[in-house]
Design a protein around this ligand. Structure first.
Ligand SMILES: NC(=O)c1ccc[n+]([C@@H]2O[C@H](COP(=O)([O-])OP(=O)(O)OC[C@H]3O[C@@H](n4cnc5c(N)ncnc54)[C@H](OP(=O)(O)O)[C@@H]3O)[C@@H](O)[C@H]2O)c1
Length: 252
């Protein structure tokens, strides 16, 4: 029996790889997106298997509608992957010595709204559906190595990813009595479309050199770990924060 999987921010990048990884295993996926409808439709069409759907919505504004739409379209969400985020781009960089206070405040507020509050609200709404159905569900948060290693040019990103990890640990305890597992992944640099230009020239060499493997992650490698954390046999990984950084940062 295939399961219903809701992946937020799945139009492109890691979210698309996660949607594909679940679809390849015969699961039915709700491909959630906010603004990128063209890529979301292309992702939906590229998925193997049947029963996949598109769900549009801003997770800061309509978490309940997003959860309800996915629940109804899939006949139940068994797995939620909190992947949508305000991410690290040139536009969102806010090193304190070089940015305006206005920009600093805007990026912090946007990052908290999406990376923490949006994920928390979607999680609440989906978890309540899981509890009502008696589903032994799985929730996987996409965090970041930056929560531990630091993000000097994107401190709001690092802080909100740390908060997301912490939320996952608390919810792992509160949802365990309902048979729901909650875990997080903390990836290092991933070669998604969004950051493709970062991988050229000296900057790319420096990023690859962070890992003793001499490369960055492929999205599929991270997606496979998320599939593992959402597998029926992985409940005992609930509460975990799984480092996926090619030994580029070893936390104690
Ligand atoms: N790439 C890396 O090196 C790396 C490393 C560690 C962790 N991560 C994490 O991996 C995840 C995916 O990143 P990515 O590199 O694949 O970037 P991405 O393609 O830009 O994915 C981010 C997604 O978040 C969605 N989103 C942003 N604000 C939203 C909102 N208010 N409501 C709903 N959706 C919203 C965007 O949807 P629309 O485009 O449809 O608006 C976008 O598809 C993020 O959580 C990121 O922090 C990435």
């Amino acid at each position: 029996m295939s399961r219903g999987i809701l992946v937020t921010g799945a139009a492109a990048g890691l979210g698309r790889a996660v949607a594909r990884a679940f679809a390849e295993r015969g699961e039915r996926v709700a491909v959630h997106y906010n603004s990128n409808s063209a890529d979301a439709e292309a992702t939906l069409e590229s998925l193997p298997g049947n029963g996949h759907v598109l769900v549009q919505g801003d997770i800061t504004a309509e978490p309940q509608r997003i959860a309800d739409t996915a629940e109804e379209a899939l006949g139940g969400v068994d797995v939620l992957v909190n992947n949508a985020a305000v991410v690290t781009t040139t536009a969102t960089a806010h090193p304190p010595a070089e940015t305006t206070f206005e920009h600093w405040q805007q990026v912090w507020r946007d990052s908290v709204a999406v990376n923490l509050l949006g994920a928390a609200d979607v999680t609440f709404c989906v978890a309540r559906h899981m509890i009502e159905r008696g589903a032994r569900g799985h929730i996987v948060n996409v965090g970041s190595r930056g929560a531990f290693r630091g993000e000097p040019d994107h401190p709001a990103y690092g802080a909100t990813k740390a908060a997301l990890h912490a939320m996952g640990q608390s919810l792992a305890v509160s949802l365990a009595p309902h048979g729901i597992s909650v875990a997080s992944v903390a990836p290092g640099f991933i070669a998604t479309e969004r950051v493709a230009d970062w991988l050229t020239g000296e900057r790319g060499d420096a990023l690859r050199a962070q890992s003793p493997f001499g490369r960055v992650a492929e999205p599929g490698e991270i997606a496979d770990a998320i599939v593992y954390l959402a597998a029926p046999g992985s409940t005992w990984a609930s509460g975990a924060i799984l480092d996926l950084n090619g030994a580029s940062y070893l936390r104690t």
